[in-house]
Ligand binder design. Structure first.
Ligand code: GLV
Ligand code: GLV
Length: 329
């Protein structure tokens, strides 16, 4: 038997077949939901490598439970806010993730949310299904369009830039962005302007959140921020200003978002991420017709998920043979 490896879910079929070909002592969680914390703490004991998802919190408690032989942790995600990176590095454990491969899939879904929120897709689907189609008329279910509008991108990284290029094709005529640092190349390719966060809120018709969750971005979108967003005049309930978050739920102060929706500070919202995940079906946010919520499916295409799983496996294999990880944090 080779190295002991814990994989916290069944992975996409091609990568799963490749995983089974390895000479591992494989421990794999095969249920249809995330591995419970207590089971994870038990199963991680004595493993040499851990293949995890964003649903597993990687902290000192888990590293203690694993033991000193743990060589490598690879997460099948681009985000790594679920990992205490300093704690992992302090133990000289190699750490990998999956950058780049999910950029297109996530950018596609971000645009889908932006369009869906702007064009009142949730209400439209309900109207068709519930027999309200007879109300059809000149202003019925009117949304707003992107042509000649300003889009603000919070975090012009790979995903933010890919979202920008897609939105350009939909007629967005001006891009502004904010973030920790200027991004000269992405800025030039979108003809975007770097502005302070407050200005971005004031100027944008469409605000898309594409930054990582860090202590600086946590709850960045609070009631005060929502109050600064461009005034939303609701003519025939048309959402004139739209907010999309496909990054991490924690960037938005969710109770403040509920208040902002109640107070009509935002025209419409599209979310692929929430706090917590899953967001319980009884949550108030679901009750707003202008709040579209998806269950964190940004990277959920089979092509992308196979690639992510493969990269994670590459990271595990490199780590176990004491090589630098190909996709290292
Ligand atoms: C998705 O949210 C990821 O971080 O991979
Ligand atoms: C964020 O993770 C990005 O790649 O933009």
């Amino acid at each position: 038997m080779g190295f002991k490896v814990l994989v916290t879910r069944i992975i996409p079929p091609k990568a799963q077949a490749r995983l089974l070909e390895q000479n591992f002592e494989l421990v794999q969680w095969d249920q249809d939901s995330s591995i419970p914390r207590n089971v994870l703490l038990e199963k991680v004991k004595g493993v040499d490598a851990l293949f995890c998802l964003l649903t597993e919190k990687i902290d000192d408690e888990l590293l203690d439970a694993a033991g000193p032989q743990l060589k490598v942790i690879a997460t099948m995600s681009v985000g790594y806010d679920h990992i205490d990176v300093a704690a992992v590095k302090a133990r000289n454990i190699k750490l990998g993730y999956t950058p780049d491969v999910l950029t297109d899939a996530t950018a596609d879904l971000t645009v889908l949310l932006a369009l869906g929120a702007s064009r009142r897709i949730k209400e439209s689907i309900r109207a068709a299904e519930n027999g309200a189609w007879g109300k059809w008329g000149p202003t019925w279910l009117c949304g707003s369009q992107f042509t000649h509008k300003t889009c603000g991108i919070v975090g012009l990284g790979r995903i933010g830039e890919a979202v920008g290029h897609r939105l350009k094709a939909f007629g967005i005529s001006r891009f502004v962005y904010s973030g920790r640092s200027k991004k000269p190349e992405a800025e030039a390719s979108l003809n975007a302007e770097f502005v302070p966060f407050d200005e971005l809120l004031q100027q944008s018709d469409l605000v898309v959140i594409c930054c990582a969750l860090t202590k600086d971005t946590q709850n960045m979108f609070n009631y005060e921020a929502f109050s600064k967003m461009k005034n939303t005049v609701l003519i025939y309930e048309t959402p004139l200003q739209v907010l999309v978050n496909s990054a991490r739920g924690g960037i938005v102060h969710q109770d403040d978002l509920v208040r902002a929706l109640e107070d009509d500070l935002i025209g419409a919202v599209g979310l692929d991420v929430t706090t917590p995940e899953p967001l319980p079906p009884s949550h108030k946010l679901y009750s707003f017709p202008n709040c579209l919520i998806l269950p964190h499916v940004g990277s959920a295409t089979m092509e992308t998920r196979e690639n992510m799983a493969n990269m994670t496996l590459e990271n595990i294999l490199a780590g176990l043979s004491d090589k630098p990880l190909p996709y290292s944090i």
